[in-house]
Design a protein around this ligand. Structure first.
Ligand SMILES: Nc1nc2c(ncn2[C@@H]2O[C@H](COP(=O)(O)OP(=O)(O)OP(=O)(O)O)[C@@H](O)[C@H]2O)c(=O)[nH]1
Ligand SMILES: [Mg+2]
Length: 327
């Protein structure tokens, strides 16, 4: 199919060519897979030069507003910014797509920004796989900074962590009063804690929260990057603290490029990608195999009629797949 995708135009940064390529990748029809690999293999040499950053945090903490400000700042500094979302909930509601368009008012109008909402796939694994491919397309089209918005609910953060070089966690003023309430895992994932909405009546509380976090940092194990977790305060409403955040990212990149961690972590990202991607391919084969699906449907009817039970049915499927793989 990708004959319709104008690769030279895409590499030249043409938005329409990029949009078409993303639509093609996201449609993910089994019959298109050969063309998909061919497309990605052609583009791969033009990818990987961007900086990849995740912005995570609970719903409503202000991720989209912050990305809008950070993105605008980066564009003003001469960058081209690609924004994508990993949000399993948006597949159902479509809600956050609308939200992102209205919250990213300065970015969505800008020609040097490209915003892509979370693809409407059924599983998180599917979303993560598509998102990585979309990220490559954006990089090939010359977007040199990729910002990934992800909701602060467990698995999608882990998926985002493995896509990026740097991970920011947004927290609300007062969050530090309840350190136990913050999952340890996510604290270990973060490179930067941002006390967000640090403005108005909340300013004194935000200052206390930031102090609290700074004092508590030694409780967490040292980072493999060699760079300790940092704490920042930001108000996207007042456009404050944005430049300082980006300086921290640049310092992090500089340090980890020198100590070798940046490259090592990119390799780990790739290994994770391979592992998860293999699982996706297997799943796709499973869903699209007529033999397996008819076997599955037959077993479903038998369960419905009480002629078998799930354990026996799974046992049958297990044997059937084993046989398929050995043939
Ligand atoms: N006071 C204050 N309010 C803010 C700030 N940034 C965002 N908000 C408000 O917080 C609300 C949520 O902002 P969003 O940017 O949509 O938050 P989000 O984390 O992207 O939300 P979801 O995508 O739904 O998870 C909006 O009403 C914003 O106007 C800030 O810096 N200060
Ligand atoms: Mg949002």
């Amino acid at each position: 199919m990708h004959q319709q995708i104008d690769i030279p135009a895409l590499l030249d940064g043409d938005r329409n060519a990029l949009s078409r390529a993303i639509t093609f990748i996201e449609s993910n029809r089994p019959g298109d897979r050969e063309s998909k690999w061919a497309l990605l293999e052609q583009l791969l040499p033009h990818t990987g030069k961007s900086k990849r950053v995740a912005i995570s945090g609970a719903p409503g903490v202000g991720k989209s507003s912050f990305i809008d400000r950070l993105g605008a700042y980066l564009i003003a500094s001469g960058h081209r910014v690609g924004v994508l979302a990993i949000d399993p909930s948006s597949s159902n509601s479509g809600g956050s797509i609308l939200g992102d368009r209205t919250r990213m008012t300065s970015l969505s109008a800008h020609s040097n920004a490209f915003i892509r909402p979370s693809p409407a796939t059924d599983t998180l694994g599917g979303i993560a796989a598509r998102s990585k491919e979309v990220m490559l397309l954006m990089e090939a089209a010359g977007y040199d900074i990729i910002l990934i918005e992800t909701v602060g609910v467990g698995q999608s953060e882990v998926a985002a962590r493995y896509m990026v070089d740097y991970f920011m966690l947004l927290l609300l003023p007062g969050a530090g009063d309840d350190l136990q309430g913050i999952k340890r895992g996510i604290m270990e994932m973060a490179d930067l804690l941002i006390v967000h909405k640090s403005d108005g009546d909340q300013l004194p509380l935000a200052q206390r929260t930031a102090q609290h976090f700074k004092a508590a940092m030694h409780l967490f194990p040292p980072k493999p990057s060699g760079v300790p977790v940092e704490v920042a305060r930001v108000s996207s409403l007042q456009n404050k603290g944005i430049e300082e955040v980006w300086q921290r990212v640049m310092k992090y990149v500089d340090t980890t490029e020198k100590n070798g961690y940046f490259q090592r972590w990119r390799r780990s990202q790739e290994m994770h990608w391979l592992e998860e991607g293999s699982m996706q391919i297997l799943l796709d084969y499973f869903k699209n195999s007529p033999e397996l699906q008819s076997r599955l449907n037959a077993l479903k009817s038998q369960i419905l009629s009480g002629d078998t039970n799930p354990v026996a049915a799974l046992h049958t499927i297990d044997h059937f797949i084993k046989k398929l793989l050995h043939d």
